[in-house]
Design a protein around this ligand. Sequence first.
Ligand code: ASP
Ligand code: MG
Length: 799
Amino acid sequence: MKILKFGGKSLANGKGIKNTIQIITEKAKKQEHIAVVLSARGNATDELLEMLEKAAQKESYHEQFTAFKAYQSQIDRSQDFSEEFSTLENIFQGVSLLGDYSEKIRDQVASYGEIISAKLVTHLLKKEGVNAHFTDTRNLIKTDNTFGNARPLELISKKNIINHFKSHNGTTVNIVTGFIGSNENNETTTLGRNGSNYTAALLANFLDAEEMQNYTHVDGIFTANPEWVPDAKKITELSFTEANELATFGANILHAKTIVPLLEKNIPLRILNTFNSADKGTVVTHKTKKGIKSISVSDHVALINIEGRGLLGQVGIDARIFKTLGENNINVSIISQGSSERGIGLVIAAEKASKAVSALEKEFENEFYTKDVNKISVTSDVAVISIIGQDLSKFHKPYNALIKNQIIPILFNNTISGKNVSLVVKKSQLYKAINVIHGQIFGISKKINIAVFGKGLVGGTLLNQIIQSKNDILEKNNIKLTVFAVADSQYVYLDKNGIDNQWEEAFLKEKTAYTLQQIIDYANTHHLENLIAVDATASKDFIHNYISLVTNGFDLVSANKIANTVEYSFYKMLRKELKKHQKNYLYETNVGAGLPLIDTIKLLHKSGEKIKKIRGVFSGSLSYIFNTFSVEDVSFSSVIQQAENKGYTEPDPREDLSGNDVARKLLILARELDLQHEFSDIIIQNLLPAHLQSISVEQFKTNIKDLDQTYQLIKQNQQENHVLRYVGDLSTETGVLEVKLISTPSNSALGQIKGSDSIFEIYTEAYTDQPLVIQGAGAGAAVTARGVFGDILRLTEKL
Ligand code: ASP
Ligand code: MG
């Protein structure tokens, strides 16, 4: 036989009761051997007790009672409840006169929720042709006299149940009231709130059922509440021991009282969804523990803090705290005490907070006077997150993830036995915190939230690359990339769910003017975790946002060179802030676009390998210009024109020809090696004569031929088989940084490069004669965007 139990929501008017009747009818028609235990319908128990309380307070309960009667009769008026309703009416009237009621009366009133429920369901099933039988447990389950929380007397209850089922067997489906019983004097008792589960478990035990099926409004037990954690997963199978641990943290289906009768006879418990009967639910069995983990939350709590230097070394303080709280009926769920004993933190139910504070203040009145205790404070906007099944030795991962997301737990606690860890966090951070922890523990996709500033050539290409590779990255690396903000210098388009390939249209349609703070606020309001800001601008001003981004929890990726080439003091300060907030700043594309140059240099430098010299062609545009000019019989100005047409140069080609861009790259590399140079320390050979430097772009372009004669001569005056290269040269030994035009054999490393390639020669102690060479496409939007993307992915590994 199987024992089915339906909860209040499964029996509520509408879909609930309809599905319940259908589920039972189908099973009965298939001649499955079942008995059904019912709760009160909807919120009937709460309402009955509320009306009773109103009556005792001499307040009017009539309106609520009318609504109650209407609700309970609405499904089928042919079921007559006049007797039940008039008994209730009489009790309420009497209580109203007396202004008080006993626990016994309370149980009697509460019992009508289940009586009405079982009668109605029996009636409805009969109409469906099911041979249903209303079974009133007041005649079967005998209990002690503890009204409100009565304990069943096992022997006699078992005998009664067995006898009843013997005489109502075969095709009969017993529809059994949950929650209620009676004492020796046949006075109604109840088994405690949510007691119908207990009734069902007892029945299963007494009747040696093969399974208990608990029909609820959820699909089963989840790794976390799916309303809070969208990634929460259903646990399909768990052990009674694990279930018991979950129960302590609020899953009342799994209350120890319910588990014990099932455990005793190894009866599996299945949690099913009345509203989704196709789902197989969660099954709890005696099978051995598999190390299931789950996260639960209690957010109706307050943190009491008792502080004072006099607490140091004092014996008996804790005892007094607990005695005081105990006398006031206040339960402490977590206690935490620093080993210095300067303060004690206690977590209690939120509604008891002010009572606790005043009771403790009274208890420690003398200590206040002697200043041994100086503060008893309460923080009410907190929540407790409990991770069940969490081993402390492996807790560093979720913990680090919290810190990286700027969530600092206020209090931290682990149970000595069992594997549970509890954290107290600010309520405002609760949602983000449980999602971060959940993601870490269950290895569910890590969510990375990206804001891209600058949607020009590099930024736009990057956005398209992210959109294209997103699904692959999710599948292969379990990382979910979400671009939640796209901004140009004035406007932003925000979408917490992430942009898609229509982002350009969406930007135009929905863009709004912004301040950086608004983007930060947006990320906060939507609890976005693992934040990355990408600077794909070429803006001098944007770098002033870096510090606020870092302080607000963003890691940085930049294709923009400015932040690394302004004064050294800014460079230093930014790194200090990054360290302080444990944030990273990656800028691989600052030199040599996507080539893995900075990373390599960092690695060599960190490993203690002394870098002596770096030399190379750093600029894609100048590479193209001199590679072409050296071997073709063309004028210098026409090569510049070609380079510009191919999009290799800056809009004003003089930016390249001035050597400043190469110098900036050189400075970035130097600073990577801890050299504290300023831009002005670099010796730069400007390729332009003075008269071409100070005029407008248009004027420059008309006079560009002025360059031809000079460079023709330079080319001709070279030795044989030599070519021109514009190089950056950095020596850590002399400390000289130089950018200049050289003539080099065409078969040398620098001489052989082609197109717009960059080349970097790194001379170190180990690579003295033969330098380490990194060579490849060092410019262009696609490779630069790829490099930025690489930085993003590198960051996700650290997050
Ligand atoms: N109706 C009772 C209550 O709400 C018992 C139950 O639902 O299990 O507590
Ligand atoms: Mg209930």
